[in-house]
Design a protein around this ligand. Structure first.
Ligand code: DAH
Length: 346
C-alpha cells in the first residue's frame, strides 16, 4: 500500500504540470479525490484492513492526502493568475503608472489670483483675509455706505437669517449679517487691527443677488487693495495700477482713470485698460476696476487719523481679469467643472 500511495502522489505531481485551465483542473481533481478518484479508492480500502494495520496505513494516507492538497492549492493559484492575466489582456506590467493617474491642475481662477497676488507682493503688499459672512457694519456702514444706500438693497445683498450667528463676525445688537457683497470689508478689518503704514491685497469670494448671465454670477471673486501711509497720493494709485496692468497684460498695456463715484473713496475712479494683445478686445478701453483715495470719513470710522494718514484703494473682479487674460467669453465656464474647459489650463 505504501508503494501504491507513493506512486499515486508521483503521478498526481506529474499530471499537475499539464493542467492549465480551470476545466482541466476540475477533471484532474475528480480523478484523485472525486467519488471514483484514486485516493478515494485507497481510503475506501482501509475498511478491509486489520485493526493493527489501520493506524499505520491511515498515517500514510494522511500524508498522501496532504501532498495532494498542496498540489491542488498550487494549481488553483496558477490558474487564477492566468485567468487574471487573460482578463487584463496579454502583456501586463504592473510596475507601469496607471493611465487614470493624471495629475490635477490649478483652476484658472486660482492661477489668476496667484498671478495677481504675486504682482502686488513685488510692490510690498501682503495678503489679508476676512470672513465671507460679514456684519452689515463692516460691509457697508464703515465704508460710508449708510442704511438707505441702494447698494444695501435687498435686491443686491443676500442677508443671513436673523437667528444666524457667526463666530468670525459677531454682530452687534440687531445688526444684520450679510454675505459680503465685496472684499472692501477686509479694508475695514485691516484698518481696525493694524497700525499704518501697511499695504494689503485681499482676495476672496463675494455674493450678490445677481441674475446669472455671461458676465454676472451671484457668487464671484474680487481682489481688494489698500495702502495706508503718510502722503499716499493719486500718483501712487496710478503707479501701482499701471505696474499691475503691465505685469498682467504686457508692457504695451495702458491705463486710464475715469472719474466715478464710490461711497468709500474721494476722489473715485473707474480704471480702464487698453492693450493691443487682447484678441477681439484689442485696442479698446475696457473697464476693469474701481479705485480711489480712501475717503477721510472711512479712515476715521476705522480709527485711523485722517490728518496724519491717507490711503489708496482699489477693487477688481477676478473673473473679469481671468476672462481677459485667457479670452474667455462666458463667466459660467469657471463654475461648470467641465474637464474640457479645465484641461486647457493644465
Ligand atoms: N467695492 C467695489 C465694488 O465691489 C469695488 C471698489 C471700488 C473697491 C473702489 C475699492 C475702491 O477699494 O476704491 O464694486
Amino acid at each position: 500500500m505504501q508503494t501504491q500511495l507513493a506512486q499515486l502522489v508521483a503521478t498526481a505531481t506529474q499530471e499537475a504540470a499539464a493542467v492549465s485551465t480551470r476545466a482541466e483542473m476540475e477533471a484532474y481533481k475528480a480523478r484523485i479525490v472525486g467519488p471514483n478518484g484514486s485516493l478515494t479508492a485507497v481510503m475506501k480500502s482501509m475498511a478491509t484492513l486489520s485493526k493493527e494495520e489501520r493506524p499505520v496505513v491511515g498515517k500514510l494516507i494522511n500524508e498522501a492526502k496532504k501532498a495532494v492538497e498542496e498540489i491542488l492549492a498550487a494549481l488553483q493559484q496558477k490558474i487564477e493568475n492566468s485567468e487574471i492575466g487573460a482578463a487584463l489582456g496579454a502583456a501586463v506590467d504592473p510596475t507601469l503608472t496607471s493611465p487614470d493617474a493624471a495629475a490635477g491642475s490649478l483652476h484658472p481662477l486660482t492661477r489668476t489670483r496667484e498671478r495677481i497676488l504675486t504682482t502686488f507682493r513685488k510692490l510690498g503688499f501682503t495678503v489679508a483675509e476676512g470672513p465671507e459672512i460679514e456684519t452689515e457694519w463692516h460691509c457697508f456702514d464703515a465704508l460710508n455706505t449708510p442704511p438707505d444706500h441702494p447698494a444695501r438693497d435687498m435686491q443686491d445683498t443676500l442677508y443671513m437669517p436673523k437667528s444666524f450667528r457667526s463666530a468670525d463676525a459677531p454682530r452687534r445688537g440687531e445688526e444684520a449679517l450679510v454675505l459680503r457683497t465685496h472684499t472692501s470689508s477686509v479694508q475695514v478689518r485691516t484698518m481696525l487691527t493694524r497700525k499704518p503704514p501697511f499695504r494689503i491685497v485681499a482676495p476672496g469670494r463675494c455674493f450678490r443677488r445677481d441674475a446669472v448671465d455671461a458676465t454676472h454670477s451671484a457668487n464671484f471673486h474680487q481682489v481688494e487693495g489698500l495702502w495706508i501711509d503718510k502722503n499716499v497720493t493719486l500718483a501712487d494709485l496710478r503707479g501701482v495700477l499701471d505696474f499691475f496692468v503691465k505685469e498682467t497684460f504686457g508692457a504695451d498695456a495702458e491705463i486710464r482713470l475715469r472719474p466715478s463715484f464710490f461711497p468709500f473713496t474721494e476722489p473715485s475712479f473707474e480704471m480702464d485698460l487698453r492693450s493691443p494683445n487682447l484678441g477681439r478686445l484689442s485696442n479698446r478701453w475696457l473697464e476693469i476696476m474701481g479705485c480711489g483715495l480712501v475717503d477721510p470719513k472711512v479712515l476715521e470710522l476705522c480709527e485711523i487719523d485722517s490728518k496724519e494718514y491717507s490711503g489708496l484703494a482699489f477693487g477688481l473682479g477676478l473673473e473679469r481679469i481671468a476672462m481677459l487674460i485667457h479670452g474667455i467669453d462666458d463667466i459660467r465656464h469657471f463654475y461648470n467643472n467641465d474637464l474640457r474647459f479645465l484641461r486647457q489650463f493644465a
